[in-house]
Design a binder for this molecule. Structure first.
Ligand SMILES: NC(=O)c1ccc[n+]([C@@H]2O[C@H](COP(=O)([O-])OP(=O)(O)OC[C@H]3O[C@@H](n4cnc5c(N)ncnc54)[C@H](OP(=O)(O)O)[C@@H]3O)[C@@H](O)[C@H]2O)c1
Length: 299
């Protein structure tokens, strides 16, 4: 292995609260990039020197060396930067699928998302930008708010607002400049999700993919009756399982994302690189609020 991030779902797996749990003893980590050192006689798709990412969750990427069957891995083109490669197989894929599979969006449409500074959120901003879709990005208030607003704006965010602003009448002003969103991407739950639902267009969709606030999603009755909004969920692991007989769809998506990386339209999330031996520091940092940096274990 060369590098592997610490994602919230990795922590949830260790806590035993995730939908996918490995048999114990197990190695943590679901995402990362490795270099092929040696291949068996019957291996045809990989050779020493190739860079590979997990084709599926549950491989255990927080380690220096591993032996995997070739079907478990996907080969990456040789020109993808290390941190992009290490963070490619989960969050950008999730962002790409949610922007593509739930509503037909085109240039000029808008999407609203909470936890916009998360790894997924940063990918949504960039992929939506490449598709000509405007993003309304909701983040939590913090002492150095402006710094984060500037960072997300530099990444291509069209509008960055706090959770508190979501509930204010000033939102009407914003919707004079940009159409109401047809798609809301919910990583948080609780009040944040409820407020996003209120802002959706008629028959719009809210996709829940994370539950960072550990609060249920409450749908306003008026949004359901008068606006007929749709509530959906998304899990990348399930999507990959569903493509078991359609691997071209998965490799096609990775190619599309690699093209965006090459064109400078998709970068790695803001990261802190930490040597594997300091994993405890990295894991602690990954669980702190307002850290705004993905912890990447570097082997
Ligand atoms: N369904 C899927 O297929 C799928 C795929 C990828 C990720 N996910 C999920 O998506 C979520 C984000 O993953 P990630 O890797 O992008 O995360 P990440 O980069 O570690 O970012 C975590 C985000 O959660 C926010 N957050 C933490 N606690 C919060 C709270 N109590 N209320 C509101 N926001 C809070 C953080 O904001 P602050 O800066 O304000 O702390 C930050 O924006 C996780 O729940 C993960 O499991 C799901």
């Amino acid at each position: 292995m060369l590098a592997a991030p610490i994602n919230p779902s990795d922590i949830n797996m260790i806590q035993g609260t995730y939908a996918l749990l490995s048999d114990l003893p197990a190695v943590g980590g679901n995402e990362g990039v490795g270099e092929v050192i040696e291949v068996g006689n019957h291996v045809t798709s990989l050779k020493p020197g190739d860079w590979v990412i997990p084709g599926d969750a549950g491989l255990g990427t927080w380690r220096t060396d591993a032996v995997f069957t070739e079907e478990k891995l996907m080969k990456l083109p040789g020109d993808i930067p290390l941190l992009c490669a290490a963070t490619l197989s989960v969050n950008p894929c999730t962002a790409y699928r949610m922007l593509s599979d739930f509503e037909t969006l085109g240039p000029g449409d808008s999407v609203i998302q909470n936890a916009a500074n998360s790894g997924v959120g940063q990918a949504v901003i960039q992929i939506a930008g490449a598709m000509g879709i405007k993003t309304i990005n909701v983040i939590r208030d913090r002492p150095d708010l402006q710094k984060l607003v500037d960072r997300l704006t530099a990444l291509g965010a069209d509008y960055v607002i706090t959770e508190e602003m979501l509930r204010k009448p000033e939102m009407k002003e914003l919707f004079k400049k940009v159409p109401k969103p047809r798609l809301a991407l919910n990583c948080v739950g609780g009040k944040s999700a409820t407020e996003m639902l209120r802002l959706l267009q008629h028959k719009g969709t809210m996709v829940t993919y994370g539950g960072m606030a550990k609060q249920p999603v409450t749908a306003p009755v008026s949004a359901l009756i008068f606006k007929d909004v749709k509530l959906r969920g998304f899990w990348m692991t399930q999507w990959k399982k569903d493509q078991a007989h359609n691997k071209d769809r998965l490799t096609g998506m990775i190619q599309t994302l690699c093209d965006l990386i090459r064109k400078g339209q998709l970068s790695a999330p803001t990261c802190t690189e930490i040597p594997l031996k300091d994993y405890l520091i990295a894991i602690e940092a990954s669980m702190k609020p307002f850290i705004s940096a993905k912890q990447i274990l570097v082997m």
